[in-house]
Design a protein around this ligand. Sequence first.
Ligand SMILES: Cc1ncc(COP(=O)(O)O)c(C=O)c1O
Length: 291
Amino acid sequence: MSERAQCWINGRLMPGSEASISVFDHGLLYGDGVFEGIRFYQGKAFRLQEHLQRLMDSAAAIRLTVPYPQEALIQAVADIIAAFAEPEGYIRLIVTRGAGPLGLNPEPCTHPNVILIADCLSMIDERQRRQGVRLIVASTRRLPADGLDGRIKSLNYLNNVLARMEASQAGADEAVLLNRNGYVAEGSAENIFTVRNNHLFTPQPTDGALQGVTRGVVMALAAGDGLPVTACALTPYDLYTADECFLTGTGAELIPVREVDGRPLPHCPGPVFSRLAEAFADRVARETQAG
Ligand SMILES: Cc1ncc(COP(=O)(O)O)c(C=O)c1O
């Protein structure tokens, strides 16, 4: 938490240092809740509508009622951006099941908590962004859809955390998780793309990839630029033999990959990545400009 962090909890704005919720919240006790990560630029949230739609879908999937209409959440986002000292930052929007007795049953939790946190978030330093990151393929697998569907952005991130720990342990920067069938799902908090012969490939949500907002923007930008994009099953072989590889996410934005499991990739940052990173920055600037 930085000194500038602000929080909004159930309608009340406060400095991050003064924010607290009950230790009986099932979000804490069982990871029972959903969330979104949203970036703002020039004082305006990027793709807010898409984030709110995904939040509502995640909540519906776990039978959690978000106790505010969308307009109130949009206002909360505007209020917390106004309270934050900087025009650029990151918002974590969380809806928890709320406080209840010990025990998994969510029925006694009648008051979900809605929490917004505004702060800065930097996933990598400038040098890594310039030079690219090193990935490992983690032994920790993405949970199967019949356990927890990857499209639900829930507070259960433990397998992502374990994969991320594997990356650090191996001296790498980030981990890629495979699904139960050995197909590439995504990074611990990012979607992944490969490029081969100027053609982009990315895993499908049914293979365990979150339907990333940034992924969607990048796919549209690529298509608009005449670059074919295919969402399909990929294996580690496809990562090892790619011309280029990169990660996308709200926190990450676009990050080039320079190495996968010790195999250097031929281009990092590659020409396709550089084109898309520039187009993404332009799109963000255009969509968040005043007026
Ligand atoms: C597991 C996972 N995959 C992918 C993403 C990227 O999604 P988005 O671009 O919507 O931030 C995230 C972002 O939080 C994530 O947590």
